[in-house]
Design a protein around this ligand. Structure first.
Ligand code: F6P
Length: 539
């Protein structure tokens, strides 16, 4: 056994025995015993404040967890990612999304190519293109200014930009609307096109591969819709592309002068920082897009330079791993108490579950511990009136990340105070619960048990001063790095996604059958039954 393997084994053994103790701890007691607990277990970085004191941890837990992280080589693997080493081992390429948000003056060369200049050149082109649309210089085929931008993409080519445009709503130029079309479901494109005019609409076809079925189908339908009014020679005024695949873009009929490139070393779920963010730049302006990048870079620097014990993404990753490993938590709730962050949990689902939903280690051996949690969530206070009941009285323990801003971007202070009061109250209620003897006098013994909330349920609270492009950038980078940290702890490759390929292949086989073009494929009885019934009902 190598030194690092034996260190890891010893760390895990120590953690397992410590966990059996920690599972007996009452969070309220930990606070009663340590008046400095809040100060001790909170952190500030890149403008974000994290309170992680309401967790089943103490100083020795932190030391054991960080010791384990070191035995997994977290610091080395983090540095390897920033340096551009091929950390995506199954595809033999780097994961360099952090370079996309590095300052312009920071030179970065890999294998003889100055990647930093390529990044900066694309940013300049994004700036020019977005400025032309925003200023009204970019005109549609009848000479009208563009009022609506439709991003057609899916997964990472949709979720990040859609999330950021929603989050930065107050920064969007009045009169400009950004729409996001992802689903191949025809109802989706109907809903988007219903209120648009081909004269004033600009489509961004966003696809790293430019082979994704949903995106290409939607792009073709959008082109037909446009051609019902405009001429083929006008297409270049209404269609631009963001892709790594110049040939496919040209074949689709988009002028490659209107194509912004990016690179295979940018994973789809990390591509919001690349030209895939064009819709954001058009909506909120390039200065704000650059501030979004800068906020993320601040978090990158914090992640790269801070000791593990004071490192926000590391602590978030370790704590979440702790509950997955030793407390049986199968899911993790993201609860933003900010309406404009309503798409944040959806974007994090891809960031986290596409990254860490893996079954083998980097050596290709089945993992011996459970990997990614289910990431889910929606905004507070809405969730409180839907599924929070289960958090308080259900039998599963679901760790929660509450996210709130101290200052809103409106001036309805009473509403904001009510929102924050609810956020803090939920975290408190999860922890302190409601005991039998606390019930009101009029509640008799018969009902007493029904009203008990056991409490002792963990949560983190992230406080942001104000939701701005910079703080949004820092927040997203925080979760990207948290995901990376967990991938290292499980020793998995967080940068590939082979699991999604099988469904794509099978859908490509089933499609001609539904179209009645072939019936030659064999399937299981259920799939055959579904296809047959659908075909019978169609005719
Ligand atoms: O299906 C998974 C996936 O490959 C994601 O990783 C990616 O973000 C998405 O599809 C879209 O891919 P593309 O940008 O190549 O269209």
């Amino acid at each position: 056994m190598s030194d690092s393997t034996s260190n890891k084994t010893a760390s895990l053994a120590a953690l397992a025995s410590h966990a059996s103790l920690a599972r007996t701890w009452q969070l309220s007691t930990l606070f009663a015993q340590d008046k400095q607990r809040f100060q001790r277990f909170s952190l500030e970085a890149a403008g974000l404040f994290l309170d992680y004191s309401k967790n089943h941890i103490d100083a020795s837990t932190v030391s054991l967890l960080t010791g384990f992280a070191r035995s997994c080589g977290l610091e080395q693997r983090r540095d390897a990612m920033f340096k551009g080493e091929p950390v995506n081992t199954t595809e033999q390429r780097p994961a360099l999304h952090t370079l996309l948000r590095a300052p312009a003056e920071q030179r970065f060369e890999l294998d003889g190519e100055v990647l930093s200049s390529e990044v900066q050149q694309v940013l300049v082109r994004m700036d020019q293109l977005s400025q032309r649309v925003r200023s009204g210089e970019w005109l549609g085929f009848t000479g009208k200014v563009i009022t609506d931008v439709v991003n057609i993409g899916i997964g990472g080519s949709d979720l990040g930009p859609a999330m950021a445009c929603a989050a930065l709503r107050p920064f969007i130029k009045p009169g400009l609307r950004a729409h996001f079309l992802s689903n191949v479901d025809g109802h989706a494109i109907d809903a988007v096109l219903a209120n648009l005019s081909p004269e004033t609409t600009l489509f961004i076809i966003a696809s790293k591969s430019f082979t994704t079925q949903e995106t290409l189908i939607n792009a073709h339908v959008a082109r037909e819709w446009f051609l019902s009014k405009g001429k083929a020679s006008d297409l270049s005024k209404h269609f631009v592309a963001v892709s790594t695949n110049t040939k496919a873009v040209a074949e689709f009929g988009i002028d490659t002068a209107n194509m912004l490139p990016f690179w295979d070393w940018v994973g789809g779920r990390y591509s919001v920082w690349s030209a895939i963010g064009l819709s954001i730049a058009i909506a909120v302006g390039m200065d704000n897009f650059r501030a979004f990048l800068a906020g993320a870079h601040d978090m990158d620097m914090h992640f790269r330079k801070s000791p593990l014990e004071q490192n926000m993404p590391v602590m978030l990753g370790l704590i979440s791993w702790w509950y997955r490993q030793y407390f049986g938590s199968t899911s993790h709730l993201i609860a933003p108490y900010h309406e404009d962050l309503r798409l944040f949990p959806l974007h994090l689902q891809q960031v986290d579950m596409e990254s860490n939903g893996k079954r083998v280690t980097t050596a290709g051996i089945p993992v011996t511990s459970p990997t990614a949690q289910v990431i889910w969530g929606s905004t507070g206070t809405n969730g409180q009136h839907a599924y929070f009941q289960m958090l308080h009285q259900g039998t599963d323990v679901v760790p929660v990340d509450f996210i709130a801003t101290i200052h809103p971007s409106h001036d309805r202070i009473n509403q904001h105070n009510a929102l924050l009061a609810n956020c803090f109250a939920q975290a408190e209620a999860l922890m302190v619960g409601h005991q039998k003897d606390e019930r009101p006098d009029h509640v008799g013994e018969a009902l007493a048990e029904f009203r008990v909330l056991p409490g002792n349920r963990p949560s983190n609270t992230l406080l942001i001063d104000t939701l701005t492009p910079a703080s949004l950038g820092a927040l997203l980078a925080l979760y990207e790095h948290k995901t990376f940290v967990q991938g290292v702890l499980w020793d998995i490759n967080s940068f590939d996604q082979w699991g999604v390929e099988r469904g794509k292949t099978l859908a490509a086989r089933i499609l001609p059958e539904l179209e009645g073009r072939t019936s030659s494929h064999t399937h299981d009885g259920s799939t055959t039954g579904l296809i047959t019934r659908t075909l019978q009902k169609k005719h």
